[in-house]
Design a protein around this ligand. Structure first.
Ligand SMILES: [Fe+2]
Length: 195
């Protein structure tokens, strides 16, 4: 029922997320997300499509070729499903975004509303930022754990930015205002959401 390439990506993501979740909230969220994902839902037949910023995917794939086998597997399996994804610009409020944000970012839902496996009970997706891009401040009811594939900065509210290296995770409690930004290099980060 589930596309095999998607299943392989989800297996790789589960392994990396479970290994790399640090705080107890992240651990609990990751367990709930991947337990929910054990039951597949019908696959989407909607169109895929890239945005201009997707040109950076090749660079990211090369630069994130880390020594860590779990991350390599996430990237390898992600690149197989990436052509099936429908990349989109962020919907809604762009407050705090850097100049030219429209052309310098893209999001894709993998499993969740509008994703390859559309469903309402979880969200697992990906954000791509070109170099030197600040993503808008935003908030949402579900809790969230990011898994960062290339280095970037993350923050909550007006707190200091926290620098994360590739392979690190970042937990956002429900409804907290949060943002991310890239450095001189593009940023690719997965996010897992569940109410
Ligand atoms: Fe978020």
């Amino acid at each position: 029922m589930r596309n095999q390439a998607l299943q392989e990506f989800l297996d790789a993501a589960k392994l990396a997320y479970s290994f790399r979740a640090r705080d107890l909230n992240s651990v609990s969220l990751v367990e709930r997300v991947f337990a929910t994902l054990e039951a597949p839902a019908p696959q989407s037949t909607s169109d895929s499509g890239r945005l201009p910023v997707c040109q950076y995917l090749t660079d990211i794939a090369e630069s994130s070729a880390s020594d860590e086998s779990d991350l390599r597997q996430v990237m390898k399996t992600f690149l197989r499903i990436e052509p099936l994804l429908r990349w989109r610009r962020r919907q809604g409020d762009w407050s705090g975004a850097s100049e030219g944000f429209a052309e310098k970012h893209a999001n894709a839902m993998i499993v969740g509303p509008g994703g390859l496996e559309p469903r309402e009970d979880i969200g697992l997706g990906v954000s791509l930022l070109g170099p030197n891009v600040r993503y808008p401040d935003h908030r949402h009811p579900p809790e969230e754990t990011y898994l960062v594939m290339s280095a970037g900065d993350f923050r909550q509210g007006q707190l200091d930015w926290v620098h994360l290296a590739g392979g690190e995770t970042f937990y956002n409690p429900h409804n907290i205002v949060h943002a991310m930004r890239s450095s001189d290099l593009p940023l690719l980060a997965f996010w897992a959401l569940k109410e």
